[in-house]
Design a protein around this ligand. Structure first.
Ligand SMILES: [Zn+2]
Length: 670
């Protein structure tokens, strides 16, 4: 073959293999046999090897590893991915140092400090040089098999020169520039923005279309050799070198030294971290010697020889461009600082809540002020202080409005919060209340979202939930932008919602403190809205999940005449007000449970919720009336008592089987 023919053959082979990959990975429909695939691959590899000038970065030889049988399934890690203990101060690092020295009985210990990349932890498994699995950290024991997407991360080698089984771990991340570009594109396309580069990376890896992953230009830093049959090294710093020599991208910004050297490194990074091209959220400090690591070993949760130094919350200066007031569903006026947009703590921030009037006055925050903004991890950004020296000469003390900015009603001050007195007339409360009423977990009226609620309210079509059920096709189809077809769809969805059942309806009322789960439990226990409305404080409090405040909130709501009118009207219009949750088992209805002992992986409170969600009653003491005792580890005297009284004792497994664990999960997510 001359060079032209070789080129043509290479192109042909690449096309065949790319198609085979697409058929296999994306369409899940293999079109050639494995041995054919291997033959084409072998031929292409040989041609590329003989003609290195024709190698291309997106050749299938570069992007394809072994064929994995699972696509987006769970992957059980051979060794769990542990988390690290945290150090929040340099003192914590010195304490760690003392602990290490004592355990190893050494006066000097060499540490390695590596950047803690703010990305997505991954494990890469190779077999005889081929990448066969890429998996996320997941819960540490099992992650998600995301091999098809890992294959599209350019800097991860798909073939390496290491024999046998080989696993490495590292971090996949999105650099700041890519993140900004991605969000700008998404903004133009009207798509929701990623909150921070870490979400961007996670969202790109944990999705099904691997073409998208390729477009996201993710990068990786690999920092750990988890196991290898052939590679030998004595120090973590050597492991990084080995990884780098074998084609992995490694982060070279690490230092070796004693704890004071490490602290100096941390101090430097606290200042410099904003100048890096990627986000970091700390520094990982490890004992460098592998033998020492092995000697120290692990606790149940983390290695004893490593610790993560966490940066103090990031602070940044920005400008308060305006202070706006939003009126919540409950009528509370909340001031927001509209800020000059700034990247802080890994995400773009342009607003910060100012909580209430007192908060603003105390800090004397004014429009035009330069402020210090702080953000720690996923915590919401907060204003630390005003830099008074930078205050413009014309600034004025902020005056909190005396009327609701939405409806013009007077406001009243209750404790620290200021409330609109417009109650059911205030469109802010009304619109949000109605949006909540039709939302997915409430009445789930598809097609009647935020946009239409606002529109219909503006057009004077609806002002209470009752009006929704009085809507006719003609009311809707005459509106601009809505035709017969949309009108039909909306009316149909409204009709369907009538049978949503009691739980979603209660939730839809938007009673303060009554969430989705609480509403379900109430529905299950009271069965009809009438019984719930008639419930006394004692009856409400008899439900373990219901506390004083929840009970008060319910009683107040059902005392309000206007609310009762709405409920009566809804009933008249045919809305089902009984509990008919068929997906939950009925086995526990009327039964009394006593839960005792501990249940690894389950919260006691959660189990109580489950019992009540399924119509049972949770009680704290065993008596003859007890139907079952649910016994966990170290159950104690309650179990003894149950045995004495001849009460049935069941274990968690049996309990979950009784209620159908799968259904429970559904029940929670709905
Ligand atoms: Zn108002």
């Amino acid at each position: 073959m001359n060079i032209k023919e070789i080129k043509l053959r290479i192109e042909e082979l690449r096309k065949i293999l790319e198609k085979a990959n697409a058929d296999y990975y994306e369409k899940d429909m293999p079109t050639i046999t494995d041995s054919e695939y291997d033959q084409y691959m072998k031929e292409l590899l040989q041609l590329e090897k003989d003609n290195p000038e024709l190698i291309s970065q997106d050749s299938p030889t570069k992007i394809v590893g072994g064929k994995v049988s699972e696509k987006f399934h769970s992957y059980r890690h051979r060794y769990p991915l542990l988390s690290l203990g945290n150090a929040f101060s340099y003192e914590d690092l010195r304490t760690f140092d003392n602990r290490v020295k004592k355990a190893l009985n050494k006066a000097d210990v060499e540490y390695i400090a590596e950047l803690k990349i703010d990305g997505l932890s991954i494990a890469l498994i190779f077999k005889d040089g081929l990448l066969i699995v890429g998996a996320t950290r997941g819960d540490g024991d099992s992650g998600e098999n995301v091999t098809h997407n890992i294959l599209k991360v350019e800097d991860i080698p798909k073939t390496i020169d290491v024999a046998g089984e080989f696993e490495v771990r590292g971090e996949v991340f999105m650099d700041n520039k890519t993140f900004d570009d991605l969000n700008e594109t998404r903004l133009n396309e009207g798509l929701p923005l990623f909150r921070n580069p870490r979400n961007g990376a996670a969202g790109s890896i944990r999705q099904l279309n691997s073409d998208v992953t390729r477009e996201r230009h993710l990068k990786s830093f690999i920092y750990e050799i988890t196991y290898s049959n052939v590679l030998d090294y004595k120090k973590q710093s050597d492991a990084i070198k080995l990884l780098n020599n074998n084609g992995f991208n490694t982060n070279e910004r690490f230092v070796l030294g004693n704890i004071e050297d490490i602290i100096e490194f941390c101090e430097k990074l606290v200042v410099e971290r904003n100048n890096l091209e990627y986000g970091i959220d700390g520094v990982v400090v490890k004992v460098n010697s592998l033998a020492d690591q092995i000697e120290m070993g692990y606790t149940e949760k983390s290695p004893r020889w490593a610790i993560a130094f966490k940066f103090p919350p990031e602070q940044k200066e920005t400008i308060v461009e305006n202070i706006t007031i939003s009126v919540g569903r409950t009528g509370v006026l909340t001031p927001m600082a509209e800020l000059k947009e700034t990247l802080i703590g890994g995400s773009m921030v342009k607003r910060a809540t100012l909580h209430n009037e007192d908060y603003i006055l105390e800090k004397d925050i004014r429009v035009g002020d330069t402020i210090v903004l702080q953000k720690a991890g996923d915590v919401i950004p907060e204003v630390v202080r005003v830099i008074v020296e930078k205050r413009p000469y014309y600034s004025e003390v902020f005056k909190f409005p005396v009327v609701c900015p939405v409806c013009g009603s007077e406001v009243i001050k209750l404790d620290a919060s200021i409330k609109c007195t417009g109650e059911l007339y205030c469109p802010a409360q009304l619109i949000k209340g109605l949006i909540h009423f039709v939302s997915r977990d409430a009445m789930n009226i598809d097609g009647l979202g935020e946009k239409y609620i606002e529109y219909f309210v503006k057009e004077g079509l609806i002002s209470t939930p009752v009006d929704i059920y009085k809507l006719t096709k003609d009311d809707i189809s005459v509106l601009e932008g809505l035709g017969e077809k949309s009108a039909n769809n909306i009316i149909e969805a409204i009709e369907t919602s009538k049978t949503r059942g009691l739980g979603p309806l209660i939730y839809g009322f938007g009673i303060p403190l009554i969430g989705n789960k609480g509403a379900k439990i109430l529905a299950k226990n009271f069965k009809t809205v009438d019984r719930l409305m008639a419930a006394t404080s004692e009856e409400l409090l008899a439900i373990e999940t219901v506390g004083d405040k929840m009970a008060d909130s319910l009683l107040t709501f059902f005392k309000e005449k206007r609310n009762l009118e709405i409920i009566t009207d809804l009933k008249y219009l045919g809305i089902v007000m009984e509990d008919d949750t068929k997906n939950l088992s009925e086995d526990l209805v009327g039964k009394t449970f006593v839960i005792t002992g501990s249940f690894p992986g389950y919260d006691r409170k959660e189990l109580t919720n489950l019992v009540e969600l399924h119509g049972g009653k949770a009680s704290s003491s065993v008596s003859k009336k007890t139907s079952f005792v649910l016994a966990g580890n170290e159950p104690g005297s309650k179990l003894t008592k149950a045995r004495e009284l001849g009460v049935d004792v069941i274990e968690i497994k049996e309990f979950l089987k009784k209620i159908g664990e799968r259904q429970v999960e559904d029940g929670y997510n709905n």
